[in-house]
Design a protein around this ligand. Structure first.
Ligand code: PMP
Length: 427
């Protein structure tokens, strides 16, 4: 294959793509091949991928067991839409009802996380006959008209005409508490703020990521979701959890909300659901599902290829114990990052669960180390390691690797990161 190379791609991108299509790195590479936790550029350089296409490739790039089943399906039947009966969509819906918590049972399939959240918002309005939403500052829910308005992170809100239906409340961001308080003495004021908002309103639902991904791996304390659930129950407002980044083993549970032992009314998923094949879904209980009876087809949602990819992905996650692996390796990884924090003052905070980890980089007085984060990300890439960067100030180095990584991969990253930090950090 003759590759045109990154410069030529950048030129085409600049000429033919809408400028909002965003990429990482001052000197980007052309990625041409993937193999489990590795990516390769057009010159054959190998990269250890610790970002997984933003929490997508949980079962690894081009996992042969998944690829084989996708290819068999593509060769047999690619598409019909839901007006004809096909088996993979039905098998997948049954499987999701088995692996999601509590009484979540009925799924709707679409093609992306934005659509899943949009659909969840719609069904919550149909069920409650109420119109407004609560969302969280620093949350990200998509780029459609409504999901952009549900999004709290300023960088991802470009809509100049936001709808007035959404109220944002502070995130459980203990490292920089919106109220200047400290956990646990804060009495979870950020969660209690929900009651002030929903008390007198016409609210259909709260939408929330169990752990905020793009917000900077914001991980709420243990009591948080029980309290949120109590307040929502009291005012008959639905709980929608956006598991688009956190789902399918990422955090050391199949779904992250299980860490808090809470069952949402609606759960949204995409990304890792079909290990990179476009597919989104929301799943809900019988009662909420019964509110959506008008025809609501999604042309490619739940098509045989994507549904087969999802079934194969879930098989791999179960057969190779990737949920347990994410927990074990995640604990090891977090400890190693905590060790680095002891050595380098630039690491202000280490947070996350399983293989969804964030390292917040700061200067004196917790000033976000924006340029340093940029620099570290670029150096890691040059040394063959891909990480992410999140947070409202873009100063959180983020790791969401394929769950098939090894302890050696983590040791390698920590060794390389230590060398870089020893040059960037003042001790
Ligand atoms: N929710 C979350 C938590 C996300 O991270 C994203 C994408 N980054 C979305 C929703 C939107 O998903 P998609 O890009 O598939 O529309």
């Amino acid at each position: 294959m003759n590759y045109i190379g990154p410069e030529a791609i950048l030129q085409k991108k600049q000429e033919y793509l809408i400028p909002c299509v965003y990429h990482f790195y001052k000197k980007p590479m052309q990625i041409v091949r993937g193999e489990m936790q590795y990516l390769y550029d057009h010159k054959g350089k190998k990269y250890l991928d610790l970002y997984g296409g933003v929490s997508v490739m949980n079962a690894g790039h081009c996992n042969p067991e998944i690829v084989e089943k996708i290819c068999a399906q593509v060769n047999t039947l690619q598409h019909t839409t839901t007006i004809y009966l096909t088996q993979p969509i039905a098998d997948l819906a049954e499987k999701l009802s088995e692996i999601t918590p509590g009484n979540l049972k009925r799924s709707f399939f679409c093609a992306s996380g934005s659509e899943a959240n949009e659909g969840a918002a719609l069904i919550s309005q149909l069920f409650t006959k109420k119109s407004k939403f609560v969302a969280i500052e620093q949350g990200l829910h998509g780029r459609t008209k409504l999901t952009m308005n549900l999004t709290g992170i300023p960088m991802w809100r470009t809509d100049p005409y936001p709808s007035g239906n959404v109220t944002h409340i502070p995130a459980a961001y203990c490292y920089r508490c919106a109220y200047g308080l400290t956990y646990p003495n804060c009495d979870l004021k950020c969660a209690r703020r929900l009651e002030d908002v929903v008390r007198d309103g016409d609210f259909a639902a709260l939408i929330i990521e169990p752990i905020q991904g793009n917000g900077g791996i914001i991980t709420p304390p243990p009591e948080y979701f029980q309290l949120i659930r109590e307040i929502l129950n009291k005012y008959k407002v639905l709980l929608i959890t956006d598991e688009v980044q956190t789902g399918f083993g990422r955090t050391g549970k199949m779904f992250a909300i299980e860490h808090w032992d809470v069952v949402p009314d609606i759960m949204c998923m995409a990304k890792a659901l079909a290990n990179g094949t476009p597919l989104g879904a929301f799943i809900t209980n019988d009662a909420v599902a019964s509110a959506y009876t008008r025809p609501g087809a999604s042309t490619t949602g739940g098509n045989p290829v994507s549904a087969t990819a999802a079934l194969a992905t879930i098989d791999v996650i179960e057969n190779y114990r990737l949920v347990e692996k994410a927990k074990e390796l995640g604990d090891y990884f977090k400890n190693a990052l905590n060790d680095l924090q002891q050595k380098y003052r630039i690491i202000g905070d280490v947070r996350g669960m399983g293989l969804m980890l964030g390292v917040e980089l700061v200067k004196e007085d917790k000033i976000p180390a924006f340029d340093e984060t940029d620099n570290i990300l670029e150096q890691l890439k040059d040394l063959g390691i891909l990480a992410g960067r999140t947070g409202i100030s873009r100063n959180v180095l983020t790791f969401q690797p394929p769950l098939v990584i090894t302890q050696n991969d983590i040791d390698h990253l920590c060794m390389v990161l230590g060398i870089i930090l020893s040059k960037v950090s003042d001790g």
